[in-house]
Design a protein around this ligand. Structure first.
Ligand SMILES: *Cc1c(COP(=O)(O)O)cnc(C)c1O
Length: 391
C-alpha cells in the first residue's frame, strides 16, 4: 500500500496517508466496533483482547497522529479535558505546578494552581524552581491571543530542573502550524474536537510525547480509567484529520482578510497575523502561520451583543476550529466559569468578541460582519465608505 514503505512525506501528504492492515485491502481504515476480541487460544492473548486496553481502529489513528505530531507515542482520549486530566495524573499530591493565566476556560476550572502571565517570560522564569514539576503553556492564548516564548521557557525550565515536564496545549495551532515536540516540549496535547477533526461532530483529545516513561504512565492511566477514544469516534476523527491541512490553510487565508478588514475599520483586533500584534515577530518565529481565531473589542458590551446576535453566517457557538465560521462572547459563554473578579484582574475585556473563521467565501463572511456591525450601530456607510461610529 502507498505510504507503507517507511518513507516520510510532507505534512499534506502524510495527512491523507493512514496505513492499516486490512485483510480485504479496504481503502480506508475499517471500523472495529467491537468491545472484545477472541483469543487465538487459551495460552495466546493475541494483539487485542478488550477495547478499553486497545482497539485496531484506535491504533491506526494513534499511529497516524504520531507521524503528524512528530512524536514517538500518541494517544487519543474522549476529550481535550480528558487529555489534561490524564496528564495531571502524572503528578503527585503537593507537586509544584505553574500555568498561564489566559488558559482555556475549562482548563482554568480544572486546575487550582499558581497561574501567571506566561507572555511575561521574565516573570515565568522567576517562578520556575528546582521543585517545579510541571508547566502548562498555551499559545496563542484564547481569547486574548497572547503569545508565549515557548522555546525560551522550555529551555529555561529544563535547565533549572531537567525533570520538569513542559506541557503544551496546541489546540489553537494544530500540527499543521506547529509541532511543539520539535521545540523540546515534553508533552503536546490538543483538543481534537477543534481543528484535528474540524467538523464539530465528535469530542476527542490527543496526547503526544517522545518519552517512553511518560507514554507508559499515560497508557496506564488511560487503560486503568477507560478514557481511550471509542472506535466509532476514532474512525470519524481519522476521516476528519485527512483534510486538516487544506482546511487550516483556507481558514487562515480567510482570517487574515477578516482581521485586516476589522483593523481598517479602526477596531482593536487581536490576531498574530497582524503586524500591529505586539508579539507578531515572536509568533512568526516558531509557527507556520497565525491560524484562524481572532478577537476584537467594540468598547461596549451592548454593541458587542448586538453584533453577535445579528450575524447570519457566523453561528453563535462556543468552541472553534469548525469548517463553519463561529462567533462568541467569551465572557458570556466559554469563559463564564472564570470568576468575574479574576477576569477583571487579568484585563479581560467584557465586550470582547471572538471569531473562529471557517472555510466559506471570505467576501461573504466580510459582508455578513458588515451587516451585523451596521445593525449594531458600530459603523455606517457614507458615500460607499464604512465609517466607525464607536470612536
Ligand atoms: C476546547 C479546548 C480544550 C478542551 O477540549 P474539549 O475537547 O472541549 O474537552 C482545551 N484547550 C483548549 C485550548 C481548547 O480550546
Amino acid at each position: 500500500m502507498s505510504g507503507g514503505n517507511g518513507k516520510s512525506y510532507a505534512m499534506e501528504t502524510e495527512l491523507v496517508l493512514a496505513n492499516h492492515k486490512d485483510s480485504f485491502n479496504s481503502s480506508i481504515v475499517p471500523l472495529y466496533q467491537s468491545a472484545t476480541f477472541k483469543q487465538p487460544s487459551l495460552d495466546d492473548m493475541g494483539e487485542y483482547d478488550y477495547t478499553r486496553s486497545g482497539n485496531p481502529t484506535r491504533t491506526v489513528l494513534q499511529t497516524h497522529l504520531s507521524k503528524i505530531m512528530k512524536a514517538e507515542y500518541s494517544f487519543v482520549v474522549t476529550s481535550g479535558m480528558t487529555a489534561l486530566d490524564v496528564i495531571c495524573k502524572l503528578l503527585d499530591a503537593g507537586d509544584e505546578v505553574i500555568a498561564g493565566d489566559d488558559l482555556y476556560g475549562g482548563t482554568d476550572r480544572l486546575l487550582t494552581i499558581s497561574q501567571y502571565d506566561t507572555t511575561n517570560t521574565k516573570l515565568i522564569k522567576s517562578k520556575i524552581t528546582k521543585e517545579t514539576k510541571m508547566i502548562f503553556l498555551e499559545s496563542p492564548t484564547n481569547p486574548l491571543i497572547k503569545v508565549v516564548d515557548l522555546q525560551k521557557i522550555t529551555d529555561y525550565a529544563h535547565e533549572i530542573n531537567p525533570d520538569c515536564l513542559v506541557v503544551f496545549d496546541n489546540t489553537m495551532m494544530s500540527p499543521v502550524l506547529l509541532t511543539p515536540l520539535d521545540l523540546g516540549v515534553d508533552i503536546h496535547y490538543e483538543s481534537a474536537t477543534k481543528y484535528l477533526n474540524g467538523h464539530h461532530d465528535l469530542m476527542a483529545g490527543v496526547i503526544a510525547t517522545n518519552s517512553k516513561k511518560i507514554a507508559d504512565d499515560i497508557y496506564f492511566a488511560i487503560n486503568a480509567t477507560g478514557s481511550g477514544l471509542a472506535p466509532f469516534d476514532s474512525w470519524l476523527l481519522s476521516r476528519g484529520l485527512k483534510t486538516l491541512s487544506i482546511r487550516i490553510l483556507q481558514q487562515q487565508q480567510n482570517a487574515i482578510k477578516i482581521a485586516e478588514f476589522l483593523s481598517k475599520l479602526g477596531l482593536k483586533v487581536r490576531y498574530p497575523g497582524l503586524k500591529e500584534h505586539p508579539q507578531y515577530e515572536l509568533h512568526k518565529s516558531y509557527t507556520k502561520g497565525p491560524g484562524a481565531v481572532l478577537s476584537f473589542e467594540t468598547g461596549s458590551i451592548e454593541i458587542s451583543e448586538k453584533i453577535v446576535s445579528n450575524c447570519d453566517l457566523f453561528g453563535i457557538t462556543v468552541s472553534f476550529g469548525c469548517i463553519n465560521s463561529l462567533i462568541s462572547m467569551p465572557c458570556r459563554m466559554s469563559h463564564a466559569s472564570i470568576d468575574p473578579a479574576k477576569r477583571l484582574e487579568r484585563g479581560f475585556p467584557e465586550d470582547l468578541i471572538r471569531l473562529s473563521i471557517g472555510i466559506e467565501n471570505a467576501d461573504d463572511l466580510i459582508s455578513d460582519l458588515t451587516d451585523a456591525l451596521k445593525i449594531a450601530g458600530a459603523i455606517k456607510e457614507v458615500d460607499g465608505n464604512l465609517i466607525n461610529l464607536l470612536k
